[in-house]
Design a protein around this ligand. Structure first.
Ligand code: FO1
Length: 319
């Protein structure tokens, strides 16, 4: 049974970099990573879980280093052949990656829970941290855009985040339950800190927090909750965070990120780690703030940000 000291709430590529830094900074078994499954979808008859796989491949050291998703050592024979037969090739599924989707889909259709399937993959890939889907139920992020309502991967990959977004829905969230393993991790007697990764607050973290009871259970742990800003200045390190915030009438910047969490999930965030270049914004953020260079290009960067998150002193903690 996992009794983590640190729990990370995490999306895909950006979050996985911090997950790797924390995984390499903490003793084996001290980290549990709760991953967004709002991006999951059915494609070519397969159940695809992009954020879970991104975290898994990153921690296993087999992720494609430039993309940040998919496998490093990959071939695309199936996809090329599919394209020749007129099939859909907009979602780049590599051959090795495909094997994982096939096996997961076989077990999923047989009724195995996503938590169990993921735990077996974690062990096969030799990963020491726990990787926990936020829920075993289906939650699907959908976006109301100027071009109609789009499924997440349709918006993100096929349309490259181009359509202007008016509203975001986490379909299925209100009927979903947090996974039992997530709940158990939160009651770990050794728990010291909850970290919110520098993932997109609207697309990666909000789906996790939209599951009934999650924000209450996080608060109930009484440990400090530290968010790492996903923006530097008014720009996202990767992905559409800043564009989305603007389209939804939010201020694109670290203050906007804090305000989003504070307004939607009151009294959740105790502290924020922001980039040094945003230091002047600290007084406009209503919680403890620390700064470092948050851009994670190298392994040393990932370790430095992980260390800052672990050392950030949240005076007094929560009453
Ligand atoms: N992202 C892309 O931008 N293009 C792709 O073709 C693509 C394929 C893909 C296949 C498997 C997988 O696990 C992830 C994949 N991603 C791809 C990444 C993914 O769609 C997004 O990064 C996340 O869903 C957002 O966190």
């Amino acid at each position: 049974m996992s009794t983590p000291r640190v729990i990370l709430l995490c999306g895909g590529v950006g979050g996985a970099k911090l997950a790797l830094g924390l995984d390499r900074s903490l003793p084996s078994g001290d980290l549990a990573i709760v991953v967004n499954t709002g991006d999951d979808f059915d494609h070519l008859g397969l159940r695809i879980c992009p954020d879970l796989d991104t975290v898994l491949y990153t921690l296993a050291g087999v992720v494609h280093p430039e993309q940040g998703w998919g496998r490093a050592d990959e071939t695309f024979a199936m996809l090329d052949e599919l394209a020749r037969r007129g099939g859909p090739d907009w979602f780049r599924l590599g051959d090795r990656d495909l094997a994982l989707h096939l096996q997961r889909s076989l077990r999923w259709r047989r009724g195995d829970r996503l938590t169990e399937i993921t735990a077996d993959l974690v062990s096969q890939f030799g990963v020491h941290s726990a990787i926990l889907p936020m829920t075993d139920d289906i939650v699907a992020t959908r976006l109301d855009t100027a071009e109609g309502t789009l499924d997440f991967q349709d918006y993100f990959v096929r349309r490259r985040c181009a359509p202007v977004v008016r509203e975001i829905h986490y379909d299925g969230a209100t009927a979903a339950s947090m996974s039992p393993a997530f709940l158990r991790a939160l009651s770990s007697p050794r728990l010291e800190r909850i970290v919110i990764a520098p993932s997109n607050p609207l697309l990666s973290i909000a789906p996790i927090l939209s599951i009934p009871g999650v924000s209450d259970q996080l608060r109930k742990t009484g440990v400090p909750i530290v968010a790492v800003a996903p923006l530097i200045g008014d720009r996202a390190v990767k992905g559409p965070t800043a564009k989305l915030m603007q389209e939804l009438g939010m201020r694109a910047g670290v203050v906007g990120v804090y305000d989003f969490y504070a307004e939607r999930y009151p009294a959740l965030i105790d502290a924020m780690l922001i980039d040094r270049s945003d230091g002047h914004e600290a007084t406009a953020i209503g919680c403890v703030v620390a700064s470092t260079d948050t851009l994670m290009q190298t392994m040393d960067d990932r370790l430095r940000v992980a260390q800052s998150v672990l050392e950030l002193s949240v005076k007094g903690g929560r009453p």
